[in-house]
Design a protein around this ligand. Structure first.
Ligand code: SAM
Length: 302
């Protein structure tokens, strides 16, 4: 997630601060710094915090925290797989671009008819930190660590290159592609381009969908509009929705779900209610997530 204000954070003793904008900050009391490394792509930190459990911070911006991450990861995955137009029958294939903390992969694996999850994050330092230091996130719904789930393949490479080279893409395409990447800064920039959206379009199956992390109608309206318009242009149907968060600016974060024509807000109630272990997702919250305020809709239209 990009620094909405100045980059990075202030270092008041024992506190980590995420600068949301020029006049807003979120400060979190820190018990211990568990990792602090400069990778080839970004500054990677894992913090043990007083109130939110362990937290992943990239380039000074909070990515996820153990206490509330399910709110975001359930909503970026389940609407795409539980929407009425998702299709049924064969085992499903899911691709996650970014998402190196493992939360979105865990939620995709919660579906018993998901036979394959490809997790493609550019930074091995992130997947290593999650595997070693975020046990509350890096776990399989079947029990055990995430990487022990045989349906999961982890690759550390650029998401656009993975899509364009297509060497590992299943012949029938993906049923859901989740783009859980940082905002358009550094390596995340290319993931908000038409070239990337075209590449996504080429890799989804006949009932496929794409869900992307799309910033905030209030704090990052341009990011939201870029994702909404770009996906709408390439796929034909795109709808913005939202999820709650304790750590993202303003407490409400936007996502976009694009399909080849079916309405993303229409839910397969039986499938949604059959998902075990969700804290924030069910058929009611699926529908409610797509109801935006008038101001948010105005921001979407720009
Ligand atoms: N939920 C967070 C948010 O809303 O910002 C994103 C969390 S996830 C940790 C973001 C991941 O995107 C990072 O691990 C980063 O390495 C990855 N990433 C950034 N650019 C990428 C690219 N071009 N290809 C693959 N992964 C990328």
């Amino acid at each position: 997630m990009v620094a909405i204000g100045t980059k990075g954070c202030s270092r008041e003793e024992g506190w980590f601060t995420d600068n949301w904008s020029g006049g807003l900050r979120l400060s979190v009391r820190v018990k211990r710094v568990l990792r602090d490394v400069e990778s080839a792509y970004q500054h990677v930190r894992v913090l043990e915090t007083e109130e939110l459990g362990r937290m992943l911070v990239l380039d000074g911006n909070i990515q996820c925290a153990e206490a509330d991450e399910a709110a975001y990861h359930e909503l970026i995955v389940h609407p795409g797989l539980c929407r009425a137009g998702a299709g049924t029958g064969r085992k499903k294939n899911v691709l996650i671009i970014g998402g190196g903390d493992g939360g979105a992969a865990r939620e995709a694996l919660r579906h018993e008819d998901v036979g394959r999850v490809d997790l493609v994050d550019i930074d091995p330092e992130v997947t290593r930190a999650a595997r070693e230091l975020l046990p509350g996130i890096w776990r399989s719904p079947r029990g055990g660590a995430l990487h022990e789930d045989t349906r999961l393949q982890i690759r550390n490479e650029d998401g656009l290159r993975f899509l364009e080279e297509a060497a590992e893409v299943p012949a029938e395409g993906y049923d859901l592609i989740v783009v859980d990447a940082t905002d358009p800064v550094g390596p995340g920039t290319i993931l908000f381009s038409d070239r990337f959206y075209e590449a996504l379009r080429c890799r989804i199956g006949e009932h496929g969908a794409v869900s992307v992390q799309a910033g905030s109608w209030w704090f990052l309206p341009d990011v939201l509009r870029t994702a909404y318009r770009g996906l709408g242009r390439v796929f034909g149907m795109a709808r913005a929705y939202h999820c709650w968060s304790a750590v993202y600016p303003g407490g409400l974060w936007n996502l976009v779900l694009a399909t080849l024509g079916d309405d993303p807000a229409e839910v397969d109630r039986e499938r949604a209610e059959g998902l075990l272990g969700c804290r924030f997702y069910d058929a009611e919250s699926h529908r409610a997530a797509f109801v935006l305020s008038p101001d948010a809709r105005r921001a979407l239209r720009g």
